[in-house]
Write a protein of this length. Structure first.
Length: 142
């Protein structure tokens, strides 16, 4: 089993309308994210021989999302989430990537500040079920 991680960044504003603190006010973050892709078979032939997936391929799936919904956008508008918390946003990104068909996608992580981050993976994911969940969590939370 291999797990690859591709990191991405974007600048965006949001606000959490129901929050009882400063997050209710319009503010921005320099967000960092990671996409996790897993699989147990490497490409056997051609230019991508020995790869699970080309990192550049992951980037091709990510770029339209970053350009059209995330970077220099107001996340409340572009995601249409009522309250785009890290938890909701990371789930939204995961679902978007899954719908575009990114092969082997198992998890997405988002980092809102230097000290706050959130990982989303669907519980019923077959690849997650196939490997030791404790080992995965250990890998993800490094
Ligand atoms: Zn915030």
């Amino acid at each position: 089993m291999w797990i690859l991680t591709k990191e991405f960044t974007f600048e965006a504003s949001h606000l959490l309308p129901h929050h009882d603190g400063k997050c209710a006010r319009l503010h921005g973050h320099s967000w960092k994210g990671s996409v996790y892709v897993a699989g147990d078979k490497l490409i056997k032939h051609g230019a991508k021989q020995g790869m699970l997936i080309d990192y550049a391929t992951i980037k091709q799936y990510l770029n339209p999302l970053i350009e059209n919904y995330l970077d220099h956008w107001h996340l409340n508008d572009t995601t249409k989430l009522e309250s785009p918390t890290s938890e909701r946003l990371v789930e939204w990104i995961f679902n978007k990537l899954q719908r575009t068909g990114l092969p082997g996608l198992i998890a997405v992580e988002i980092q809102e500040t230097c000290t706050s981050r959130c990982i989303y993976y669907p519980k019923k994911h077959s690849i997650i079920d196939a490997i030791d969940a404790a080992n995965l969590v250990e890998f993800l939370i490094k």
